[in-house]
Design a protein around this ligand. Structure first.
Ligand SMILES: [Zn+2]
Length: 734
């Protein structure tokens, strides 16, 4: 799993940078620029391929080409990797691991995907400024550990109990750790999502989407320090069968001390004090384990650090063998052995045997409750109707190799609560919603909640998440649970399908599920908090639909490894920044990531147009061009004549003229005119619609130009000023 994560992250920072500067791609190994390469790195399907021998030999690995097998054998420290030409399976220490793309022979050179191969050999890979950086693992300049430690470290004798407490409770020591580990990359949480702590058993708690359940250290005692000569850590073992969840770290002689540090993102660092290691880098580990990644490093001169990427909700115990040569990390087994449903007069109960509440994460939807159950083994799978007063159907399926999802179909006005009913038993109780003081006025499509003393719903201060692509809008209010209760309220009007009221320890969440795209307006008067559910057209006087062309499995034109879909998205994101900074126009995008919008291309194009037809004032599709004639260059603007033009002042033709003139002025590109065309997105649009071609990827000089941030910013400015100009032709909405 870790491998895919690494590749994914690698791809993330690869995408924006591939579309920024000029060739060729540089290669830097441990800080040295590699010269005289047989071939420069190339990008294929978003992945970086590098010449195998040149790169890995300069990292001190041994590289052998086995002609008969068409395979490259690479060895570094105790990691063995076999890469076979044309195969996506990478063998790491005898274990198969999937790579995103196979190794290839290009111009007689063996080119291998550097991200997948190098990380499995324990190297770090980075791509920025059109340069690949490969480094031996954890070579970052960290401060000398000794400088950060209290004077009496390490203890020179067996500690008394008192001394031990004092030693371990020394903040100084842990601060030093925090500083260091904090330097590693931690993805910041999206700004509009407030992370909430998970407390098992809190009724109706909803974890924010994507939230991981913190792992928990269940060890009852610490491993006492004992002074031994420096130990050598030579092996880290992983469970070989899915059922047995014990990891172990083995040294050649007794270990003096062990420290642990568990981070919020479920990384567990185990430090073996007074030790050195022959290991370095990431372990290849099979799936189905409680840890998705394990890395070993010589953290300081005297500390070996083993980092485990623990799965969501993992509960573990750290121990040491009597001879102090083996440290064990035992994951407390959770095996979902049985699910029982009991319908009762006052409530229904779903009893999960073998599961503790910490493994559960709930996500309510309209008429459904999804319980994500992490770090779990189970052979159970079913989909069955039940005759409950509150639940109507239960379905259990595997979400991934170590997570399950229990999908509970519920009647309207059902609330839920999670209870621990045994050492390894969790009960989901369904009962009548208890929300109160919440009034939905269907006529006015307005939710009213009587004001609570001392709490103001200042719209600027209420965190929110407008997930309009999912037709969902979440507001995070201060905790007013006592005031409004909890549960699902079925609304079922044209805009709003339902409202779920859920509580976390310090907040109340209002989760609005829509039947179509909607927005919210927050206000308060003397007596009420007032949340109006609005159609975007009721709320915003000017709405544009921006359609970054292509996406997902349809990359559009591809030249020199650069994908049109990414260029389109780059311009769109810059345009969004301009629009949002100004606040005059509200923008909705047909996609904001690299996704395809339908089963078929036709469906996808129709979906884009339909999306805009319902809410927008104008539709702007952003594209780059390609032609067989590599001399072709410049900009074009497309529109389609429509019978609807008779009814509007801003016709598609007029919008196209305005766009084209602004593009020409700002970009100074070759003028290839405003043109009429029957493109699907234009044909299906019922609002003024244009398709912009911003330059030819098939022209080498133009590709170099459009592939820069400067050009993309200019294009964004041109489109934005054209939008402002075009809105002068749109009659104001009341
Ligand atoms: Zn295109």
């Amino acid at each position: 799993m870790k491998l895919f994560v690494i590749c994914f992250i690698f791809a993330l920072f690869l995408l924006p940078t591939t579309v920024q500067a000029a060739p060729p791609i540089g290669l830097v190994v441990n800080g040295e620029v590699l010269q005289n390469l047989p071939m420069n790195p190339v990008i294929r399907q978003d992945r970086m391929l590098v010449p195998a021998r040149a790169v890995f030999e300069s990292l001190g690995a041994s590289v052998e080409w086995q002609a008969a097998e068409r395979a490259v054998y690479i060895q570094h420290n105790d990691q063995d990797v076999i890469v076979t030409i044309g195969q996506r399976t990478l063998m790491v220490n005898g274990l198969p691991i999937e790579m995103p793309i196979p190794a290839q022979i290009i111009n007689y050179n063996t080119m291998i995907p550097v991200g997948a191969v190098a990380t499995n050999l324990g190297f770090e890979v980075d791509f920025r400024d059109r340069t690949v950086f490969v480094d031996s693992f954890m070579m970052a300049d960290e401060p000398e550990f000794e400088e950060l430690l209290p004077e009496n470290f390490p203890p020179s004798h067996f500690l008394t109990e008192e001394e031990e407490v004092e030693y371990y409770e020394n903040d100084y020591y842990f601060e030093a750790y925090d500083d260091k580990i904090g330097d590693e990359d931690i993805e910041p949480a999206p700004a509009d999502v407030i992370p909430l702590p998970y407390t098992p058993g809190i009724p109706g708690f909803v974890a924010p989407i994507g939230q991981i359940i913190p792992a928990r250290d269940m060890s009852t005692e610490r491993i006492p320090y004992a002074n031994f000569p420096t130990a050598t850590v030579f092996h880290v073992g992983v469970p070989t069968e899915p059922g047995l969840q014990m990891f172990y770290i083995v040294a050649a002689s007794p270990i003096s001390g062990v420290e642990r540090l568990l981070l919020e993102d479920n990384r567990l660092a185990i430090d073996i004090l007074n030790s050195t290691t022959v290991l370095s880098g990431a372990l290849a580990i099979p799936p189905h384990l409680a840890a998705s990644g394990i890395r070993v490093s010589q953290f300081t001169d005297s500390i070996t650090r083993v980092v485990f990427d623990l799965e969501s909700g993992t509960e573990f115990v750290i121990g040491i063998s009597p001879d102090r040569m083996i440290i064990t990390l035992t994951v407390m087994q959770q095996n979902l052995t049985d699910i029982n449903f009991e319908a009762g007069e006052h409530y229904d109960e779903i009893v999960l045997s073998g599961v503790r509440p910490s493994a559960l994460r709930v996500q309510p939807s309209t008429g459904r409750l999804f319980f994500f159950i992490s770090n779990m083994q189970s052979d159970l799978a079913f989909d069955t109707p039940v005759e409950g007063n509150f639940a109507t159907n239960l379905s259990l399926s595997a979400l991934s190799a170590h997570a399950l999802v229990l999908d509970v179909a519920i009647n309207p006005f059902t609330a839920h609560m999670i209870l621990q009913t045994g050492p390894d038993e969790t009960t989901i109780r369904l009962f009548p919603a208890t929300y109160r003081n919440v009034f939905y006025d269907f006529e006015a499509r307005t939710l009213r909640i009587p004001r609570v003393e001392g709490f103001s719903i200042d719209p600027a201060m209420v965190p929110r998440s407008d997930m309009y692509h999912q037709r969902q809008f979440i507001l995070w209010l201060p905790d007013i649970s006592e005031h409004i209760g909890f549960g699902e309220m079925l609304v079922g009007d044209t805009l709003l399908r339902s409202l779920t009221i859920a509580h976390a320890p310090n907040s109340t969440q209002l989760i609005f599920n829509g039947n179509q795209i909607f927005t919210l307006d927050l206000q308060e008067d003397e007596n009420y908090y007032i949340i109006r559910v609005l159609h975007p057209r009721e709320r915003y006087p000017r709405i544009v639909i921006i359609d970054p062309g292509h996406g997902g499995r349809d990359p559009g034109a591809v030249r020199a490894g650069i994908r049109e879909s990414d260029l389109n998205l780059n311009v769109t994101r810059k345009l969004l920044q301009l629009i949002e900074a100004d606040g005059v126009i509200r923008a909705y995008t047909t996609r904001n990531s690299d996704v395809h919008l339908g089963e078929t291309s036709a469906e996808c194009l129709r979906a884009r147009a339909n999306f805009g037809n319902h809410i927008g004032d104008m539709f702007v599709s952003i594209h780059f061009n390609a032609a067989n004639n590599t001399n072709a260059h410049g900009i074009e603007t497309y529109y389609r004549e429509s019978g609807l033009d008779a009814f509007r002042t801003l016709t598609s033709r007029r919008l196209a003229d305005i766009m084209h003139r602004n593009k020409l002025t700002m970009l100074g590109s070759n003028d290839r005119n405003v043109r009429s065309a029957n493109f699907a997105v234009l044909r299906y649009s019922t609002i003024p619609a244009v398709l912009l071609e911003l330059g030819f990827m098939s022209n080498q000089a133009e590709l170099a130009r459009i592939n820069t941030a400067e050009f993309q910013w200019m294009a964004a400015h041109a489109i934005y000023s054209a939008m402002l100009e075009a809105f002068a032709w749109v009659p104001e909405r009341q």
